[in-house]
Design a protein around this ligand. Sequence first.
Ligand code: FNR
Length: 387
Amino acid sequence: MPIITEIEDLKRLYKRRAPKMFYDYCESGSWTEQTFRENSSDFDRIRLRQKVAVDMEGRTTASQMIGRDVAMPVALAPVGMTGMQHADGEILAAKAAEKFGVPFTLSTMSICSIEDIAENTSAPFWFQLYVMRDAEFIANLVNRAKDANCDAMVLTLDLQLLGQRHKDLKNGLSAPPKLTPMVILDLMTKWRWGLQMLQTHRRTFRNIVGHAKSVDDISSLHSWTAQQFDLRLNWDTVKDYRKQWDRKLILKGILDAEDAKKALQVGADAIIVSNHGGRQLDGAMSSITMLPQIMDAVGDKIEVHLDSGIRSGQDVLKALALGAKGTYIGRAFIYGLGAMGQQGVSEALRVIHTELDTTMALCGEKDVKNLGKHNLLIPKDFSGDWQ
Ligand code: FNR
């Protein structure tokens, strides 16, 4: 096994092993990709405060996210088409998360179904919902998540329509991929991926196909999203979901203090400060720069989580020190999955855990729950002077 010391190592392996179409799908932001880039680079603007001669024995990264015990406050984010990055990808990622003791979130747009995950794992997982026009299908989907013992629903609010990602259109992104001459040429060098794919029957969107009526062609994500996702989604819809779902409700895609207050009013259990990893509104601020304002607005009244741009344990530490109770990784675990399947996801979690633990110690902290602004050096203009 290659020696993995950082998330970037997994990304390099992933690029060699996964078909270009799916690598590009993961490694893109919308339009100019400004927000995608700044999600990560803005973490670098925050510095850590070194503390010396502090007893570092008996450290812990254990914490809780929405009342659930976690080995570290880092969950796996919902990522569509994960089962195209590696055969049975969602099952493998969920297994790695369970083994590590962190939550796994299954996307509506997954390849493996809710039932596939339930059959192959024993820890409860979280289900991410995209609101679609077909109310009967959605009601059925929510009931399936209940039957599968999902203990939280992550309702994504920042994708009623897709932010354009140029490469997906140029590559003709689909699941399974259409075998054009370009795709065949690419797959010739990705034989490991192909062999594993031939050994599974899970190659299309199994939460949807066979469950939603009048779904003729789901293989093209772009055209299907345009037809099915509900443009009318609004705060009243969110209220309805709050009434129908009696377990934990997490609202994903909050990037604005006013929206955070609305999330509080509808009675959500947590919010995820997120811009969808820079895949939706290009030109929006990075998640980490918006976190301080959102914490000021609602931080003492609702649990605040964050994703977008996390590539290391240091990034996790910075988000926690600014007040987030939990974080999510999207691409960081996909790199691991595409590189080495379940073992790669475990490696991604191990790398982030080691970085978090060591950095915490060098900041003079023994318990992840004690991290705070006192561990950081934040430039005065960090959140900017915007009108
Ligand atoms: C996503 N994300 C996402 N979010 C969601 O609610 N449902 C989904 O189906 C998807 N699909 C998806 C696919 C891919 C390839 C990526 C990279 C992301 C967004 C995801 O949950 C999360 O918000 C971001 O990935 C966080 O940013 P990082 O960690 O990837 O920088």
